[in-house]
Design a binder for this molecule. Structure first.
Ligand SMILES: *Cc1c(COP(=O)(O)O)cnc(C)c1O
Length: 343
């Protein structure tokens, strides 16, 4: 199952879903009903699981667009059962079990009660059982506990006559770190996009991942400023020497986070150049005094590589006390996504 929620972690969900569908992925997963409808409207045919469940008022969309809900509690099951009965239809659902993540799903301790309540539902069939790990990258003992709880729940469902065929627990870190958690399917997001440096367990062999996204801009303006001159909002940077400053048409709206002001670095002509001054909504300034031969129009790499120099989303995230996912998800809507087919 390829997770394409949140606009495929910023990469563009429709394009990614098309590509993944062409690669014969079994399932796609999104977070919200709207995301699922968007994919269907774009012509995506693969089965789609809505991880965010079926919120009240949204039952129709699940039937009309053939979306499979991850059912998060008995109320969602009840609403879907009622709608399925009204339409005289059978609906397949996946049931989310909370084995320790603590956000959503039926608490593993209460599965018996849930099954009692569910037993009267003639129009729903349980195709899938799933759970989600809280710390598969860092907490081995708790991950094993969650997996044990999940295995036990799967047995309880089977003992009550359910025949789920899709058993899935593993996100990216668990897929790599816990073969026993792979079930009949894995739900992989970050790793698909080549993100791994900061989300996979450290003590296992990692697959060779290649980041899918590069974020690039270009030098728009170039000027020398004398020593003592300040640059940008708040005058947060003061040139200590005569400096060559390049201005880039990218700002925090585009996902170049303001927290990188005076901290981050980008690549120009195969060299690192520091971000100087505050990043504003639409503009960013960098110091290219030490980069030879910079000209207007030169490519500037925010995330990606040039020659042997690279900046990963995880590198950017480290400056901001976050993870790579938040960086790629944060690339703004006005940044054009350009898809380059790989041989
Ligand atoms: C986002 C998400 C995933 C994917 O996690 P990755 O770490 O990106 O692989 C899997 N399952 C659920 C329920 C999720 O919300």
């Amino acid at each position: 199952m390829a997770v394409v929620k949140a606009d495929a972690y910023g990469h563009g969900s429709t394009e990614c879903a098309r590509k993944l569908e062409a690669e014969k992925v079994d399932w796609l997963a999104v977070a919200t009903t709207e995301e699922a409808v968007e994919l269907r409207t774009a012509g995506i045919e693969a089965p789609i699981l809505c991880l965010g469940g079926c919120l009240s008022g949204q039952t129709d969309a699940f039937f009309e667009h053939r979306i499979t809900p991850a059912v998060l509690d008995i109320d969602q099951a009840t609403a879907l059962e009622r709608e399925a009965a009204r339409r005289n239809r059978q609906m397949s659902i996946h049931v989310k079990i909370d084995t320790g993540m603590g956000r959503v799903g039926l608490p593993f301790r209460h599965v018996g009660d849930w099954l009692d309540q569910f037993s009267g539902f003639a129009n729903l069939s349980i195709e899938g059982l799933m759970t989600h790990f809280a710390a598969a990258d860092v907490d081995d003992e708790f991950t094993r506990t969650q997996l044990r709880r999940f295995d036990d729940v799967v047995e309880q469902f089977r003992a009550r006559g359910h025949r789920p065929t899709v058993i899935d627990a593993a996100n990216s870190p668990a897929t790599v770190g816990y073969p026993a958690a792979r079930g009949t399917m894995v739900r992989v997001g970050g790793m698909l996009y080549g993100l791994g440096d900061d989300v996979l367990p450290a003590n296992v062999e990692r697959p060779a991942l290649k980041p899918v996204m590069s974020l690039k801009t270009a030098v728009t303006l170039l000027k020398f400023v004398p020593a003592g001159e300040t640059i940008g909002y708040g005058r947060a940077f003061r040139a200590e020497r005569e400096s060559l400053i390049a201005t880039l048409p990218i700002g925090y709206h585009d996902g170049l986070r303001r927290g990188l002001s005076n901290r981050g670095r980008v690549i120009v002509n195969g060299r690192f150049a520091p971000i100087v001054g505050r990043i504003s909504m639409d503009w960013t300034t960098i110091d290219v005094t030490d980069v030879p031969n910079v000209e207007k129009g030169d490519d500037v790499v925010i995330i990606g590589s040039q020659n042997d120099v690279k900046v990963t989303a995880a590198d950017v995230a480290r400056h901001l006390d976050t993870i790579s996912y938040e960086i790629t998800c944060g690339v703004g809507r006005r940044v054009p996504r350009i898809y380059i087919p790989q041989p």
